[in-house]
Design a protein around this ligand. Sequence first.
Ligand SMILES: [Zn+2]
Ligand SMILES: [Zn+2]
Length: 168
Amino acid sequence: MTDAAIKSGSNDDAGTALAGRCACGSVRYRMKTAPMFVHCCHCLDCQRQTGGAFVLNALIETDRIEVSEGAPVRGDVPTDSGRPHGIYRCPSCGVAGWSEYGGVAALRFVRIGTLERPSALTPDVHIYTRSKQPWIVLPPGVPAFEGYYDSSKLWPPASLDRRRALFG
Ligand SMILES: [Zn+2]
Ligand SMILES: [Zn+2]
């Protein structure tokens, strides 16, 4: 999931690696620990919302995101399922920092491309590969699914514990 410095959780190195900001710098944040899991989502919604070929999301507890500057503003986007999806953006430049899915306020999907060092986190899983761009070649050794997946079978035990603490 992460390099050794981040896995250790709370040292200075990890803090630097997991700091991020918007394009104009009005919003700055830090993930206080490594995320629970990292998605690379190839669905068409993510492609449209990012204007890219996929999105990279770090799944982390909302209370482990420390916003040091600025106040991201939520905007809701339509979804096929009808379940809410709120995207939190810098009010000045509009760059998205993270999402909230399904009304689960305690969980955030942080956009890894906004990190100061985006290479600090790599995908643990590729999802919705049925709509991935045909020129993308997935790396061997990383699980990939045509649609969504069963987190109980894929997440490491420590991350599942954190997830249980969120959802009870
Ligand atoms: Zn900004
Ligand atoms: Zn997606």
